[in-house]
Design a protein around this ligand. Structure first.
Ligand code: H2B
Length: 95
């Protein structure tokens, strides 16, 4: 289990992560796509990378919108694993 980030480290990490903000013990980003297939395609890519990393988002989908929250359940807050997945998710937007 990795350790939760300090407030300072989290602020520094978020400054580098387009679209993500702290939401309690998680980080959150809203995504909006052209339509449902685009949103679902994005979720499929993220699901595969999450499974590979054994680190999974808390998320929801409504038509062309996807809400994603990342937290490390085992650690009880935001860890480097969440920051790493957020970076990959942002990169998946471009693929
Ligand atoms: C058993 C399994 O490795 C754990 O439940 C993993 C799976 N995915 C996970 N995802 C997230 N976000 N937090 C976890 O603590 C976590 N734990």
């Amino acid at each position: 289990m990795s350790k939760t980030l300090s407030d300072t480290d989290l602020t520094t990490a978020l400054a580098d992560l387009t679209g993500w903000a702290q939401d309690g013990r998680a980080i959150h980003r809203s995504f909006k796509f052209a339509d449902f297939p685009a949103a679902w395609g994005f979720m499929t890519r993220v699901a595969l990378m999450a499974e590979k990393a054994d680190h999974h988002p808390d998320w929801s989908n409504s038509y062309n919108r996807v809400e994603v929250a990342l937290t490390s359940h085992d650690a009880g807050g935001v860890t480097e694993r969440d920051i790493a997945l957020a970076k990959k998710i942002n990169a998946a937007l471009e693929s």
